[in-house]
Design a protein around this ligand. Structure first.
Ligand SMILES: Cc1cc2nc3c(=O)[nH]c(=O)nc-3n(C[C@H](O)[C@H](O)[C@H](O)COP(=O)(O)OP(=O)(O)OC[C@H]3O[C@@H](n4cnc5c(N)ncnc54)[C@H](O)[C@@H]3O)c2cc1C
Length: 575
């Protein structure tokens, strides 16, 4: 059996930052990261626009309180304000620390870190490395992991969390290369497994964003928080869904409908294109529904709107957002210097996740914590984003809460012994599960079931939602789940069996989808990214609370948890 003091699942920004903190705190600790991709292929590497912090390099009137207020207002007052205060107070420090580790941020002419405008932020506070910020940060973190001796298991798939009597004791994983199954025991396990964009049919997320960590947590009997809040990014490149960063609008690009109007004037006159994402995504969807979208031949009534950069000029486009120019050029043949880009909303981010306190300790219920289990980053819900995340606050969350969780773990393991685990039992069960899938004489292909499922989620639980369509969606989902029991695998290989991995990921997607739909059906109000056509107003009297959803094969049980409000009282949210 493999043993470590700490086992971290996920090599993105959150997992890497935590591992580094633990390894630096005591070289004697045995710290390991396991990831189904190579760590530098984690989705964090794709982050483009930047990371918010009140460094005051561009705007010296900015304060952490202003950043906190913007974040809470952006969250539609569902964020926990103690967690937001920590996020915004620690932000300048973590950026400077990254800079000292070697991250190459873009600069002002005087050499200080440059900062740009971003949606929902009242000051220019987003630090960036052109439009490749995640790449710049993750590469530096991962090379530091090597320097501090963190053991990396790359291309291992974690398939089960070991939870017994309220204590997390380890996990079960297999090597994608040769299907070798291993049981790992550890004094602390941390999940930093990222988001679940692949639950939907059009997403900015990578293929590995399948919500495995969320599903494993739910299967173990622990709750997930606020899963109904799914972020649609306003500007996915049509038709592929790949992200065109908000940095493009931060640098001055316009959103234009088929009539040539900057339609955001109708929806958010004071912020225009830099309104928060929930508002901008709804505005685009409404324009398209009203027939003011554009077709590929330029005629009206089509499925997208234009993102227009032409007035920004070639030099600015190529120096500030070169990667977005390249994406549009390579994927849809548009030269953004002379042509507008076709965009529409794409699934981007998960506001909900594994509930934690501000030290990254996982909650087993509204009142209690789970021994030995931590989480941070997009997989976690601490909750700093509430019902809607502001752009450039997620990289920040990964680094602030990755560091804090690392510190808390380093403290926690000092007094904890390695738990006892029945290795043989877990090995046998895992091998049976894998063989069961490989030998299953089913009738459905994985891709077919996955596509039907993704279309179902997109149709019944998208930008706009209502009771009857979500009920229909849940009924369809039950059918899809039945069919998913009857998938068959063509690939029987013992090495690099990617079909087997897709089969396991499909199980994660289905569980996460059911949690999202049930949470959305249960929340009878409109708040942030959750917009109901049958309950169009926010309802602070009945619904200003977090959802805690417990999964079982018989269905999802919904409970709630209070929101921490200690700085800003809820107000009407207008921009
Ligand atoms: C295109 C794009 C651009 C973005 N731009 C920005 C931006 O400019 N600013 C901002 O603040 N945010 C941005 N975001 C959001 C932000 O990048 C993510 O929320 C954040 O990077 C998530 O980091 P993470 O460490 O939580 O997880 P990830 O980076 O997603 O890493 C997850 C890790 O978990 C591992 N893993 C998952 N399941 C398993 C399993 N079963 N077994 C083993 N390993 C597993 C993966 O291999 C991976 O290593 C962007 C997101 C996207 C998709």
């Amino acid at each position: 059996m493999i043993e470590h003091d700490v086992m971290i699942v996920g090599g993105g920004l959150a997992g890497s930052r935590a591992a580094l903190e633990i390894a630096k705190s005591n070289p004697q600790f045995s710290v390991a990261i396991v990831a189904k991709t190579h760590p530098i292929r984690s989705h964090s590497v794709a982050a483009q626009g930047g990371m918010a912090a009140t460094l005051k390099n561009v705007d010296d009137t900015d304060t952490w309180e202003a950043h906190a207020f913007d974040t809470v207002k952006g969250s539609d007052y569902l964020a926990d304000q103690d967690a937001v205060a920590i996020l915004t107070q620690e932000a300048p420090d973590v950026v400077i620390e990254l800079e000292h580790m070697g991250v190459l941020f873009s600069r002002l002419p005087d050499g200080r870190i440059a900062q740009r405008a971003f949606g929902g932020h009242s000051h220019n506070r987003t630090c960036y490395a052109a439009d490749k910020t995640g790449h710049a940060i993750l590469h530096e973190l991962v090379s530091n992991l090597r320097r501090y001796g963190v053991k990396i298991y790359d291309e291992w798939y974690v398939m089960r969390l070991i939870l017994e009597e309220g204590q997390v004791k380890g996990l079960v994983m297999f090597h994608i290369l040769d299907q070798r199954v291993e049981v790992v025991r550890a004094k602390a396990v941390m999940f930093a497994t990222g988001g679940y964009g692949r639950v939907y049919n059009t997403t900015s997320n990578d293929y590995a964003s399948t919500g495995d960590g969320l599903a494993m947590t739910a299967i173990a009997g622990l709750p997930l928080e606020d899963m109904e809040f799914v972020q649609f990014h306003p500007t996915g490149l049509y038709p592929v869904g790949v992200l065109i960063s908000e940095a493009v609008r931060g640098e001055g690009a316009y959103l234009i409908n088929s009539e040539g109007d900057r339609f955001m004037a109708t929806y958010a006159p004071s912020r225009m294109e830099l309104a928060p994402r929930d508002i901008t995504s709804r505005a685009i969807t409404r324009e398209i529904r009203a027939g003011r979208g554009v077709n590929l031949d330029g005629s009206a009534g089509g499925p997208f709107v234009y993102l227009d950069l032409r007035h920004m000029g070639k030099e600015k486009i190529m120096s500030r957002v070169p990667f977005c120019w390249e994406e549009a050029h390579r994927l849809v043949g548009i030269d953004a210097v002379t042509q507008p880009m076709p965009v529409r909303p794409t699934i981007h981010y998960s506001m909900g996740g594994i509930p934690t306190n501000t030290d990254g300790r996982v909650r087993g219920s509204a009142e209690g914590l789970v021994e030995g289990f931590f989480a941070a980053g997009e997989a976690a819900c601490v909750s700093v984003h509430g019902a809607n995340r502001l752009g450039s606050n997620s990289l920040l969350e990964c680094v602030v809460y990755g560091r804090r969780t690392g510190r808390a773990i380093a403290q926690y393991i000092q007094t904890r012994k390695l738990p006892e685990v029945n290795e043989q039992r877990y090995l046998t069960e895992a091998e049976q599960q894998i063989q069961g899938l490989i030998n299953q004489p089913g009738q459905y292909r994985i891709a077919q079931i996955r596509q039907t499922f993704q279309d179902c989620m997109t149709e019944y639980c998208g930008v706009f939602r209502n009771e009857s369509s979500m009920q229909e969606g849940l009924a369809k989902l039950q059918e899809i789940r039945q069919q998913a029991q009857q998938i068959y695998l063509d690939d029987k290989a013992k090495s690099w069996n990617t079909e087997l991995i897709e089969a396991l990921e499909l199980q994660s997607l289905l569980i996460v989808g059911e949690m999202i739909l049930t949470g959305a059906l249960n929340r009878k109000e409109s708040r942030g990214a959750h917009c109901r056509e049958d309950y169009t107003e926010r309802d602070d009297v009945n619904c200003l609370k977090h959802t805690l959803a417990y999964y079982s094969s018989a269905g999802v049980d919904i409970r709630s948890m209070p929101v921490t409000i200690n700085m800003f009282q809820p107000q009407e949210r207008k921009y």
